[in-house]
Ligand binder design. Sequence first.
Ligand SMILES: Cc1ncc(COP(=O)(O)O)c(C=O)c1O
Length: 345
Amino acid sequence: MIRVDLRSDTVSHPSPEMRKAMYEAELGDDVYGDDPTTNLLEERAAEMLGKEAAVIVSSGTQSNLVALLAQAGRGDTILLGTKSHILNAEAGGASALGGIVYMPIQTDDRGTMDPTAIGLAAAPRDHHKAPVTVLCVENTQNMAGGTALAPEEIKVMADAGRQYGLRVHMDGARIFNAAVALETPASELAAEADSIGFCLSKGLACPVGSVLCGDADFIMEARRWRKMLGGSMRQVGVIAAAGVVALESMIDRMADDHANARKLATALAEMPGIDIDLATVETNIVRFGVPAHKGNEIAGRLKEEGVLINGGDSDLRFVPHYGIDSEDIDIAINAMDKVMAEVAG
Ligand SMILES: Cc1ncc(COP(=O)(O)O)c(C=O)c1O
């Protein structure tokens, strides 16, 4: 029996309050702009991110895709980190569907990119080079272990791109985790971004959805691309209702997820065969290395112990979320203790 699912914060379920709000949501056809609950969510989201407007989309992947299609044309280049989710885990969508060239910039352990490298990649040359038009940054940085990038770190990267006129898109799937960890309003973290998307269905615990924010012209263009992708939805207030509740009740709560992640990471650091940098555990993601080629075996053994983990060949990931409490973390620690003693002890 599975007792604790720590594969991702995406496995979280909506709270009773969200379910009630979804049941009772006032609805209309959002493609006509008539859905009051969606309009409310979009207004709140834009305000919290310090932007003029917002649009609901189906997923984090769709928010990145719409943002890129709306800001980069066919044959344009976008700069993005080697550890970015857009590069590594979104099926190459902007390239396949928009003819956009991806130029990866080396990401360091914290998930930042060297401004000199950004400048070199962004600088215009002659007709041999595809014009570079968008810089993508990610906050928190999933593949760097959920690191929360501070406004100064983002500004250094954004300035390096802006000197050549690049627009800045922020994949803020977990921007509220960063806001909680840094005790900084999300609007400050988004200040350098022309566009930012955040997920409702991760730490905010909604069942579906993301919200893309930016200035009014950009959002109008984003609506057109969302339509083209088949992503305009009708009585989407059913989903938006959970989002409205989440923005009110799920943000401060993320501090519990961060504390659970820290507790888990601290215990893992003491176990044989585990390679973890505690400095990267700033939010709700706990990434760590295990002996080469043992990742899948460990994940399989943990499953037998009732604990689910996101597995790879030699690195693994736990992500505490809404619905996981300190006792669940104890269960995961005890299971890991047992399994690591067998595998590496
Ligand atoms: C940083 C980041 N961006 C985007 C996404 C994509 O979100 P979705 O799974 O909703 O498409 C994820 C999903 O894990 C993510 O971690």
